[in-house]
Design a protein around this ligand. Structure first.
Ligand code: BGC
Length: 764
């Protein structure tokens, strides 16, 4: 089955979307799929290279700034551009460009097994010179700092000089669009070149972010063009370095070379950036193109071996499933400074911020396919815990940790608090993913080193935040749940139920660490100034947590007032008015029963044991009617829940919507970057939806079903360090241990041992 995504369109509208689709990344570097030769004038483009978490800090302007509104926000920066390579033919210096001459053949491919993107073009110049050009590019999974481009130019019908002009450009800006709140509206130019240098046929640029003072640098050099160098020059006030090479082209003889670009920044690289980059260059000098490609393939072979999902019955969906998983892999931060931005490293939508998207939609994927990456994502949250504590105090709490709704460096970036800071649920979402991590790995040392503190501090927030009412219930007022069309409400069911879970587990973990490591327990209690009495209050609040329920409808109410509002007039809302947020003032939306995305239904997925099956069913039916899915975080949840409730056909329809959302640009904004949470949602719709995976206290549970459109499907899950391949056919489920120790899993309520060299098969 295919490992490639291929495209052959040269339409402008497709090209700007393809820049996102063909982006390459490794969790540290992200490079959009821009053309080396650029498109020429007037073709829309977002030319971008990003380093995860590398940002500047900008002021947030307010008309009316009130207490504790964040004064600044962070913005991921577009950094030094090394993508540009121009090819000129003959003495006339005809520039290779799709805008001129004739494109006789054209394809571009993303190879998800080899970790590279490729473009092949047969082009005829206006004066009749024909060439075959191939660009291959890679952001190395093995050498974190490397973005690499390999070029081959073959004259088809001439012998003449070929000039190559390769550029490093420090004069870069961010993309802005003031008319779309989901993209940055201003502050385009924030990164300034500080140093431009040429050393031993390499170029070096160092730039500094205007306010954060963070620095990044890039060193580029070429291989395969020795003795062809004509000139290296600095231009445009030393903001650009231009390499010019010249060689005699001969018919049918390829001219081949590669450009190696080393990116460093002072978040990760201590000491002088120039020295650091040169040291890395020294290491890379000893590696050739072949070895580089081989290492990349090997990395991906291991990844896919433990995480591939195969579907027998629909090639288009298969393509989308792998594509989504691959881009998640490319975007996941792998150090304590970084996480997964809402758009991955593929674009500038949401300005490179990290949201709850990670914990609820992406950590589950990594937890089951590459637990080490899931761990890294959680470590990032732990690294910003102090800032979350500070924010809690700033927001009027006596104790606890309030995680920022959107952030890069841990400080709150959301300027519109009703759909930002008020989403307190993010703290419980983070706690939830720590619990899931523990349940799937049983990694006690991680729990002691990171998890316990996060769980206890977030639990503290809920106790401080909520209050016991006269009737003895515990209420949480003035929050916004996931649905951003209903803001600042009392007792949002999602928030209350997630807080309850957070509190229950904080209580449990507190007792657990007492038993695991008494010494550590003492140290932690002392450090957090947290004692039995306070922890007892976690239990009391959890037990008394108010979960709004409507007797008449038999559903959990989204919040105290949601069901009393008028239902939005869906019938008379023109199609072009979606997404509603771009056409109606927030207050208009808040006044109605209309949901942007799954809210109560999401809670029923994450915490299915908090409600009975009938209520879950009723809630699903009710909220489905008032949900627009204007957020891409929604359909996957409805898919999983439809599957759970036995409506596989519906589950499949929703699933189809998630799978090719970016490949088919169904939300019309793929140019701003890929929808990472939805990409995680695709995987979840299969594994949690069709196969019914749940990570519970007594183990991993599966309840597989086969959509009628498929003959079979298979996927991988990791439990306690052992990867297991699960295959579902129309009658049977088979489980195979890929490696590691034997584990037991629950399938349809039956406990199954998965042993080495033995396939466990059962009917369902
Ligand atoms: C959604 C949020 C999400 C954010 C970033 C918004 O449109 O409503 O739930 O966190 O996008 O993806």
């Amino acid at each position: 089955m295919s490992w490639k995504i291929a495209r052959d369109s040269l339409k402008e509208i497709d090209l700007v979307n393809e820049e996102s689709l063909f982006f390459l990344g490794n969790g540290y570097i992200g490079v959009r799929g821009n053309f080396e030769e650029s498109y020429g004038r007037a073709v829309p483009t977002v030319r971008g290279t990003y380093l995860n978490a590398f940002h500047d800090v900008i002021d947030i302007p307010y008309g009316e700034k009130l207490f504790a509104f964040p004064e600044t926000q962070q913005k991921m920066l577009n950094v030094i551009d090394t993508q540009t390579i121009h090819i000129y033919l003959g003495d006339e210096k005809e520039h290779f460009s799709i805008q001129e001459g004739e494109v006789k053949e054209y394809t571009r491919k993303l190879h998800m097994d080899e970790g590279k993107a490729e473009r092949n073009i047969r082009w005829k110049s206006p004066l009749g010179k024909e060439i075959d050009v191939c660009f291959e590019r890679m952001v190395s999974f093995v050498h974190r700092e490397l973005f690499y481009i390999k070029v081959s130019v073959t004259p088809v019908n001439f012998n003449d000089v070929i000039t190559i002009v390769s550029i490093m450009d420090g004069d870069v800006e961010n993309f802005v669009d003031a008319s779309d709140p989901r993209v940055g509206g201003g502050h385009a130019k924030l990164l300034h070149v500080q140093e431009a240098d040429t050393i031993e046929e390499s170029g070096f640029l160092r730039s500094r972010a205007e306010s954060s003072g963070l620095e990044m640098a890039c060193l580029s050099f070429h291989k395969g063009l020795d003795d062809k160098l004509v000139d290296i020059s600095k231009e445009a006030d030393d903001q650009r370095i231009i390499f010019t090479y010249q060689t005699q082209g001969r018919q049918e003889q390829p001219v081949e070379f590669s450009k190696w670009n080393i990116y460093v920044d002072d978040l990760r690289h201590s000491g002088e950036l120039k020295q650091k980059a040169q040291r890395i260059r020294g290491q890379l000098e000893t590696i050739d193109d072949f070895q580089l490609a081989k290492a990349q393939r090997k990395y991906l072979e291991t990844f896919w071996e433990r995480s591939d999902v195969e579907v027998d019955g629909d090639d288009d969906l298969q393509e989308g499933i792998r594509f989504n998983l691959y881009h998640l892999l490319q975007s996941a931060g792998r150090d304590k400074y970084s996480n997964i931005t809402a758009k991955g490293l593929s674009g500038e939508g949401y300005e490179g911020h990290y949201f709850w998207d990670t914990e609820i939609y992406m950590v589950p994927v990594f937890l089951m396919t590459a637990p080490d990456l899931a761990k890294q994502l959680l470590i990032y949250r732990h690294s910003i815990l102090d800032k979350a504590r500070e924010r809690a105090v700033e927001m009027g709490h006596r104790r606890g940790a309030l995680f920022p709704w959107r952030t890069i460096n841990g400080k709150e970036c959301s300027s519109y608090f009703p759909a930002g800071t008020a989403q307190y649920h993010i703290s419980a979402d983070i706690a939830y993913s720590y619990i899931q991590y523990f349940l799937a790995t049983r990694d006690e040392s991680f729990l002691l080193d990171y998890g316990a503190e996060v769980l206890l501090e977030t639990a503290r927030l809920w106790v401080d935040m909520g209050h016991f009412r006269k009737d003895g219930t515990f209420a949480i007022d003035n929050v916004t749940g996931p649905d951003e069309y209903t803001c600042v409400v009392n007792n949002n069911y999602y928030t209350n139920s997630m807080a309850k879970y957070n509190l229950e587990w904080a209580y449990k973990i507190y007792q657990m660490i007492k038993e695991i490591d008494g010494n550590y327990f003492e140290i932690l209690s002392e450090r957090l100034n947290l004692w039995d009495k306070e922890v007892e209050s976690f239990k009391r609040a959890a037990e008394a947590m108010y979960l709004p329920y409507d007797e008449e409808l038999g559903i959990h109410a989204q919040d105290d007032t949601f069901l009393q509002k008028a239902v939005w007039d869906f019938e008379n809302t023109p199609k072009e008015h979606y997404p509603l947020l771009l056409h109606y003032h927030p207050l208009t939306l808040y006044r109605y029963q209309v949901c942007k995305q799954a809210d109560t239904v999401l809670s029923h997925f994450l915490l299915e044991d908090y409600a009975d099956e009938e209520t879950i069913h009723n809630s699903y039916n009710y909220y489905e009617r008032v949900t627009t899915h204007d957020s891409s975080l929604s359909t996957c949840v409805f898919s999983m829940m439809a599957s759970k409730l036995g409506d596989l056909e519906k589950g499949y329809q929703y699933f189809q919507g998630t799978t090719r959302l970016d490949l088919d640009n169904t939300h019309n904004n793929t140019k701003d970057g890929l929808h990472m949470a939805n990409m995680g949602g695709t995987w979840m719709a299969i594994v949690y939806g069709f196969a019914g995976l749940r990570v519970k206290e007594n183990g991993l549970h599966l309840d597989p079903k086969l959509p009628k459109q498929w003959n079979s499907y298979s996927f991988h899950i990791h439990y306690k360090g052992s990867p297991v391949k699960v295959k579902v056919t129309d009658e049977k489920v088979s489980l195979t241990l890929v490696e590691g120790e034997q584990v037991s899993l629950w399938v349809n309520g039956e406990e199954i041992q998965v042993k080495r060299n033995e396939q466990a098969t059962l009917s369902y």
